[in-house]
Design a protein around this ligand. Structure first.
Ligand code: SF4
Length: 449
């Protein structure tokens, strides 16, 4: 887990700000471009508008920022603790935050998708996981066919824990892994053997999880083609249903733990790109379908089937098979996107907890998406889900952008079929850059290639 922040969609285990795109980079417009002066009353209005649309599917995103150790490469704002009482206090605050939201939304709202992200959600004890799910079920209707996913650190897994997770309804698990090369692991500050990852996956299989995802990170210190090839061969033998391919971004000024990484040991930008392309090519050659910017799935995976049927969807949680436009997030430093209203919660743990203790919304910023911004957001979604863009986006205010993308045919990134542009195999490597064209540099900038 831990994330690198410069890449596309997808989800990963506790997965790594230092590696995966932060939620804040998967919303449109980007947080950095939200106008100041948002009034919390607008958020209340958004929840009430959602309450008036009971048929709209809702996704819930719960952030659990705790980890057992801090991996050096991680860019997440995590808290290392072994104090159950500290996590219990966080669960108390989550309960208050859910009570605030459901005061306006009602407590019978169905949840189509529920995701527990981190940090390390499986750092919670079984009792804490049960308590959290009981809280969620008191405020929302989690149905037998709701899709429940959780990010897990393989170093914290056990048979009993997976049995609990399945009993609680989780069917999708996302494992953080980073790399299996011991030299890279030592340099990146995350040690875990191949056997340990293999055991964790086997436990998830025995517990009958529907989808097992494993994360691989490119651009870590000491990574070489030879070492990466060894890791890829081992990873492919693990037989995960999904592979998320993140990129490491070294930003020690923002992520203190990265200060301990030897800059000299890092591959340069050209090498990072080459490593990533090599990994993507190896994974697809092994039979995985490249779903989006950084997610690869087996051919019979529901996401691949949805792509085939033109039913693939995306939101800030990643790719989905359901059109869940509304994402309600709980926890410190999270982004919600409901009824075209975006809000960011307080990132400071004590301030987030303090505001909730006073019965106040723990919000720091917000934004109401305009019609023009919605048109851009929708065009970006079409591009990353359908891998094509219809020419009628020009009539929705995106004529200049459509022509800019059409010009990429010269580079072989798109093919123009008259009424639409289709992304080529080469263009797939540059999908994120194309999203930036559509985002008018005010959003989706996290998808830099
Ligand atoms: S387990 Fe490591 S990489 Fe994952 S969130 Fe925690 S510190 Fe970050």
């Amino acid at each position: 887990m831990g994330r690198v922040q410069v890449t596309g969609l997808g989800e990963g285990a506790g997965l790594d700000m230092a590696v995966a795109p932060a939620r804040s980079q998967r919303v449109y417009p980007l947080v950095a471009h939200w106008a100041p002066g948002f009034d919390a009353g607008q958020w209340t209005d958004a929840l009430m508008r959602l309450a008036e649309r009971p048929d709209d599917a809702l996704a819930i995103d719960v952030h659990l920022p705790y980890c057992a150790t801090h991996c050096l490469y991680c860019g997440c704002d995590v808290t290392v603790t072994h104090d159950d009482a500290e996590i219990d206090r966080y669960l108390d605050a989550l309960q208050r935050e859910m009570a605030l939201a459901t005061r306006h939304l009602g407590t019978r709202r169905e949840v189509a998708r529920l995701h527990l992200g981190g940090g390390t959600p499986n750092h919670l004890s079984d009792a804490q996981l049960r308590r959290l799910m009981a809280t969620i079920r008191r405020h929302f209707r989690v149905l037998p066919d709701s899709c429940l996913s959780i990010e897990c650190d393989p170093r914290r897994c056990s048979e009993a824990q997976f049995a609990t997770l399945r009993e609680l309804g989780f069917a999708h698990v996302q494992f953080g892994m980073a790399d299996l090369d011991p030299t890279v692991q030592r340099a990146a500050g995350r040690l875990q053997s191949l056997a340990l990852v293999r055991d964790a996956i086997a436990m998830a299989r025995r517990a009958r999880f529907d989808a097992v995802q494993v994360e691989l990170v490119c651009g870590l210190p000491q990574q070489t083609f030879t070492g990466l090839d060894r890791t890829l061969a081992q990873l492919l033998r693990l037989g995960a249903d999904r592979i998320a391919l993140w990129r490491y971004e070294h930003a020690p000024a923002q992520r203190w733990s990265q200060c301990a990484i030897d800059r000299e040991a890092l591959p340069d930008a050209a090498m990072r790109t080459a490593l990533w392309r090599h990994a993507a090519d190896t994974i697809t050659a092994a039979g995985y379908e490249w779903i989006g910017c950084d997610l690869f799935v087996l051919e019979d995976d529901e996401l691949a089937v949805a792509r085939e049927r033109h039913e693939l969807r995306v939101n800030c949680l990643g790719y989905l098979t359901l059109p869940t436009d509304h994402v309600l997030a709980f926890g410190r430093g999270r982004i919600s996107d409901v009824a075209d209203t975006l809000v960011a919660s307080e990132p400071s743990l004590p301030r987030w907890q303090g505001l909730l203790a006073e019965g106040r919304w723990p919000l720091v910023r917000g934004c109401r998406r305009s019609d023009a911004e919605r048109a851009r957001r929708d065009a970006i979604r079409d591009l990353v889900c359908e891998l094509e863009l219809r020419s009628d986006v020009a009539a929705r205010g995106l004529e200049r952008e459509y022509h800019q993308l059409a010009a990429l045919a010269e580079r072989g990134w798109v093919e123009s079929l008259g009424d639409r542009l289709v992304v080529t195999r080469e263009g797939h490597y540059h999908l994120a850059g194309m999203c930036r064209v559509l985002g008018d540099a005010t959003g989706w900038a996290g998808l830099v290639q």
